[in-house]
Design a protein around this ligand. Structure first.
Ligand code: ADP
Length: 483
């Protein structure tokens, strides 16, 4: 295929596996591009060069150039470093002042850090080895200012006027809202039409700005795309989604089924697959030992790997913690988050160490051992744009118990006791007793009909959670913008 027919996509994200990850966005940015890449679609990823990126990657980055980025009244240094990993080219934008921090987000000046990143993406384009993108694919509020700056400040520049933008919402809860002081001081946009597009009362809302300017808005599951048009899920922006309904599509996330494979996962005590679950039993035994739980294959082991927040249904879980006290069921919790949940899990784990364990940290390898060694996975989210944890759980034969919302509804088929079909358990309302009932159903099936349980595990493991189908939909979307 002739080179000029290639569609060029610049995929912009603040985090991507294996360089940095705080949640699902990192997983998506680290896996989707390699499924989109093909002779017709040249997709490259642009990221901040965060100081917490492991040294082994930083050492391999090659400096490309440096320039200054105008940001409000400032002129700020920016370097570009390039790394080719696998088939994907990554561009890292370097500025020690903004990106040399001990964590990815949660800094006092996040509003300025992400504004710099967005502006620097546009400034960098002319330096990217002749890679003038047809589409910039922005992800979450950290890159929401790209379409805003593009339309307000770059449209007159040759080449830039043809660039189309897509904005993907991974989590609507986080919109990037700051005092309206940033519109002038940081963005340098006061007095332009963008001022009104960003403003909500006395605040600036970066995501709102993106939604006003982009050609396409996507979110990470079809159900969530419908939900955010309602007041309950819309987080104050439902009116805008309704206005832009024709631009909004839901494309389900996938997982990287090559790296997430219980048959080839170095973190596990033993490999297994859907045809032979012996290795899974070994993983459970090793996990029970590691966590100090009673080592007993007949006791169902439930797991949580999550941010410990209200969104993830932690109120429903903590309400039901006494269910795990008598040792008939076990629970392991891996996560960090709000102190009331951390304290509740820590208290119960200390009081009932043989049946409840908790690790209040972020630990990738342990998360794999838990997915592999556990029987069921609790994810009773209040809302869930897509959710990747339930996909990983199913891939590793750990049956999810979920609330029917967003991507959870789209990906987990509830067990039907008559047909014996399903890949997990689910309930409709945000209610602790409904969760309790499903935990009870899972317990009954595991302890009274292990044969059927195992058949559900096999169904869960055999479902296709890869990016193949969704990558096709993204390609179609990119093509539809480049006429
Ligand atoms: P969200 O992005 O809303 O946090 P997702 O389910 O989409 O939720 O993705 C969460 C990702 O982060 C999954 O890959 C999950 O395994 C991982 N994860 C969450 N908490 C931890 C933790 N404490 N340690 C390791 N991995 C974690």
């Amino acid at each position: 295929m002739a080179k000029q027919e290639q569609i060029k996509i610049l995929f912009a994200s603040f985090e991507a596996v294996p360089f940095s990850k705080t949640g699902g966005l990192g997983d998506v940015a680290g896996s989707l591009p390699s499924y989109v890449l093909s002779p017709k679609y040249d997709i490259r990823v642009i990221l901040p060069k965060l100081s917490l990126i492991p040294e082994k990657y930083k050492e391999k980055m090659k400096p490309l150039c440096n320039f200054t980025v105008p940001l409000g009244w400032r002129n700020v240094y920016c370097g570009i470093e390039v790394l080719k990993l696998g088939k994907i080219t990554y561009y890292f934008l370097d500025n020690e002042y903004y990106f040399s921090r001990s964590r990815v987000y949660g800094e006092f000046d996040d509003g300025e850090r992400v504004a710099f990143f967005s502006k620097a993406i546009l400034e960098s384009i002319v330096h990217l080895d002749d890679f003038m993108p047809d589409v910039i694919h922005c992800n979450d509020w950290h890159t929401a200012l790209v379409p805003v700056f593009l339309h307000e400040q770059y449209m007159g520049i040759p080449g830039f006027d043809k660039i189309k933008t897509i904005f993907t919402i991974h989590n609507l809860k986080f919109q990037g809202q700051f005092s309206d002081f940033v519109i002038d001081d940081i963005c340098g946009l006061s007095g332009t039409p963008a001022e009104n597009q960003l403003r909500i009362g006395q605040a600036a809302n970066y995501m709102q700005g993106a939604l006003k300017y982009v050609e396409k808005i996507t979110t990470v599951s079809p159900s969530y795309a419908d939900e955010i048009c309602t007041k309950y899920f819309g987080e104050g922006l439902d009116w805008l989604f309704n206005e832009r309904r024709d631009r909004l599509v839901g494309i389900l996330n996938g997982i990287d089924d090559k790296t997430l494979d219980p048959e080839n996962d170095k973190a596990l005590a033993a490999p297994f697959n859907s045809e032979n679950l012996e290795g899974k039993a070994k993983c459970k035994e090793a996990l029970q030992k590691e966590l100090g739980l009673e080592v007993n294959p007949n006791v169902p082991l439930f797991a949580i790997i999550s941010r410990l927040t209200e969104q993830k249904g932690m109120d429903l879980v903590t309400y039901n913690l006494p269910m795990f006290a008598d040792g008939k069921m076990q629970l392991v919790v891996l996560g960090t988050g709000d102190s009331q949940y951390e304290e509740a899990f820590a208290y119960y784990a200390e009081k009932y160490p043989r049946s409840i364990a908790c690790a209040l940290k972020f630990d990738e390898a342990l998360s794999h051992r838990i997915y592999a060694g556990s029987d069921a996975f609790l994810m009773p989210s209040k809302f869930e744009p897509c959710g990747l944890s339930q996909l990983m759980a199913m891939r590793y034969g750990c049956l999810p118990i979920v609330r029917e919302t967003g991507g959870l509804k789209d990906t987990v088929a509830p067990f039907n006791k008559y047909t014996k079909e399903g890949t997990g358990f689910s309930f409709a309302n945000y209610n602790a007793h409904e969760l309790k009932e499903q935990i009870g159903r899972a317990y009954d099936l595991y302890t009274n009909d292990k044969k059927t349980w195992d058949s559900v595990v096999v169904q869960a493991m055999q479902k296709d959670y890869s990016w193949k189908q969704s990558a096709k939909e993204y390609r179609k979307l990119y093509s539809s913008l480049v006429k």
